[in-house]
Design a protein around this ligand. Structure first.
Ligand code: 15L
Length: 272
């Protein structure tokens, strides 16, 4: 892996990875629709709109591996999600195929499986239960990954990322927190580990309260070094005690599940 591309490089995770992956890959190319405000002189930046298939194909030319973060990273209208995360992701995989890219790490999300209850511990091969149009677009991206891996031989890894931050920010994130350094460990497996065809891993640190069975990631060599539990006392002390939404509290996806919710929760929750 010499020439690695990060899409969505101006976002929060992208900005962190621009710094953390710079010493790892000799030629790091960073891309987004808009130039990151803090772009340094030694960074190679190419402005690209993911909905522009021709431009995306050009962006992929000469690239060995891609970390695809680009698109919308929260819930949006159908048209926003369609343009950024469905058409955008399709253009990215198709551009990568045409350019002969060897590896892609796709930033999926916990929201691809957000409608599992917090009482469950789910493995990587669980049936998707997206909790939003955003989560649905991540299921689509995972599907693209499997298709382009099996049909075109690109080594693809989907990371169902929890929440990337310096520390867990609330009780829910104690279960799904991912430190930036552990994210780099996962990305390096996806880009560098020999023999990757198509893999799904949960993007979480070593969290005692995790809702995920990440044994598949461990088998691929993932050994997280950050522990969510180290922050539990202060996070739980700051957690509001009242006024919580029962749907958000029941499911792993939290408020993404509760937004626009119109089912009969008492009936639905009995099914799982
Ligand atoms: C995500 O997928 C989002 O990109 C991020 O903004 C957070 O909302 C995160 O999930 C989360 O669930 O905390």
């Amino acid at each position: 892996m010499e020439r690695v591309l990060i899409t969505g490089a101006a976002g929060d995770i992208g900005s962190r990875l621009r710094v953390l992956l710079k010493p790892v890959y000799r030629q790091l190319v960073v891309s987004d629709r808009v130039r990151p405000a803090d772009l340094r002189a030694d960074e190679t930046f190419i402005a690209t709109d993911l909905t522009d298939a021709v431009a995306v194909e050009g962006l992929c030319r000469g690239i060995d591996g891609i970390v695809h973060l680009g698109g919308k990273s929260i819930e949006g209208t159908w048209d926003e999600i369609l343009q950024s995360n469905i058409i955008g992701a399709y253009n990215l995989f198709e551009g990568a195929r045409k350019a002969g890219v060897k590896r892609i790490v796709f930033a999926s999300s916990n929201h691809a499986v957000g409608f599992y209850p917090r009482s469950a511990t789910i493995p990587a091969d669980v049936i998707p239960r997206p909790d939003s149009r955003y989560g649905l677009s991540k299921v689509f991206g995972e599907g693209l990954g499997a298709l382009y891996a099996m049909k075109h031989g690109i080594g693809v890894t989907s990371l169902r990322i929890g929440n990337v931050a310096d520390a867990p920010i609330d009780a829910r994130r104690l279960a799904i927190w991912l430190s930036p350094e552990d994210l780099v460990r996962l990305i390096r497996i996806g880009l560098e580990r020999p023999g990757i065809v198509y893999e799904v891993m949960y993007g979480v640190s070593d969290n005692a309260r995790s809702w995920y069975d990440n044994s598949h990631a461990a088998a691929l060599g993932y050994a997280p070094q950050s522990r969510g539990e180290d922050y539990a006392v202060q996070v739980l002390a700051a957690e509001p005690k009242v006024g919580k939404d029962p749907v958000a509290e029941h499911y792993q996806g939290g408020t993404f599940c509760a937004a626009e919710y119109s089912a009969d929760f008492d009936v639905i929750k009995k099914s799982n």
